[in-house]
Ligand binder design. Structure first.
Ligand code: C5P
Length: 306
């Protein structure tokens, strides 16, 4: 096959429990991921000279001034392609074209999503026939969220986020996302978490039972009550204006409001489509929001579309 296109969703964390920093610099996580209907696409085109190139076409320019997605070897999609070459010994190359919709540096795993998509697309154009287990193994070497983005749906994440197991979850949920003008680096938010918790006893994280019960029942009200994120204080310490964003959504009647992952995107749970529209309108006038996006979850993980 000369080219393959993979569509990949963004992720949110319904809960994000963070433990004490490990000797390798990562933090143990107890999280519930959900894949949401906001997709990037990665098109891989075969080349026979072993080279890997990348180009990025942004659909939303909310972060254009503050964050540029690297069009070089730093790009996580390129790192994923290189990892497939290393794992399989394949000597072919690939041109990767990324169509970006997921907010950049927004706490929605946009870079990891492109890596997951590149893994599947390269496996297809190179005919390497990697198993699901091999893909998961390679994914974990690229980033903590990459294995989940191969799976999608709703899943518990353990380890540093890379150990994924599906969750029995009922129902679909209406989400509203408020992006911020400037992105936040995940590493800087974890570093702030360490600074704020220095000298304190940080407990090993657990997924709250009440959250799992809400998901099993498909109960949006209960889910809204039990959304949680241990990185909130750290992200708000770096971006105090996000407090306003969260408050505006709650005043508009959101069932729950937290930051997505390490932020700065704020996420709001709505009752239905109309409620989601009402929350979006309230947020769109907020000075602290760059853009407001209505979405749904869960959706499947990375999939070949052509
Ligand atoms: O794995 P990923 O590339 O998403 O991580 C980006 C950075 O976020 C890491 O280099 C680390 O500083 C921080 N991180 C962490 N603990 C995790 C996941 C990420 O400290 N579980």
């Amino acid at each position: 096959m000369t080219s393959a296109t993979v569509r990949v969703p963004a992720k949110i964390n319904l809960c994000l429990g963070v433990g004490p920093v490990r000797p390798d610099g990562f933090h143990p996580l107890a999280t519930v991921y959900q894949a949401v209907d906001l997709h990037d696409e990665v098109r891989a085109t075969f080349r026979d000279d072993g080279q890997i190139t990348v180009s990025v076409h942004a659909q939303m320019d909310a972060y254009a001034e503050s964050v540029v997605v690297p069009e070089n070897d730093e790009n996580l999609a390129v790192r994923a392609a290189r990892a497939v070459q290393d794992f399989t010994g394949v000597t072919d190359g690939v041109d990767l074209a990324i169509r970006k919709v997921i907010p950049v540096a927004g706490g929605m795993a946009g870079g990891s999503a492109d890596a997951a998509a590149a893994l599947l697309a390269c496996n297809e154009v190179w005919g390497t026939r990697l198993s699901r287990a091999d893909l998961d193994q390679i994914a974990a070497t690229i980033g903590s969220d990459v294995p989940f983005l191969l799976h999608g749906g709703t899943a518990v994440g353990g380890g540093r986020g890379e150990m994924v197991s599906p969750v029995l979850a009922r129902g679909g949920y209406h989400w509203v996302f408020a992006t911020a003008v400037h992105g936040l680096s995940t590493a800087s938010v974890f570093a702030e978490f360490d600074r704020l918790t220095e000298g304190q006893q940080v407990r090993d994280p657990e997924v709250p039972d009440a959250l799992m019960a809400a998901l099993r029942a498909g109960d949006a009200d209960a889910l809204g009550d039990h959304l949680s994120n241990d990185l909130t204080e750290a992200a708000l310490s770096l971006r105090p204006e996000l407090t306003d964003t969260l408050e505006i959504g709650l005043e508009a009647g959101a069932l729950g409001a937290i930051l997505s992952g390490s932020g700065p995107t704020a996420m709001f749970l709505a009752e239905d489509e109309q409620h989601s529209l009402d929350i979006s309108i309230a947020l769109s006038s907020a000075a602290s929001c760059a853009d407001v996006i209505q979405s749904r979850g869960p959706v499947p993980g990375a999939r070949l579309v052509g």
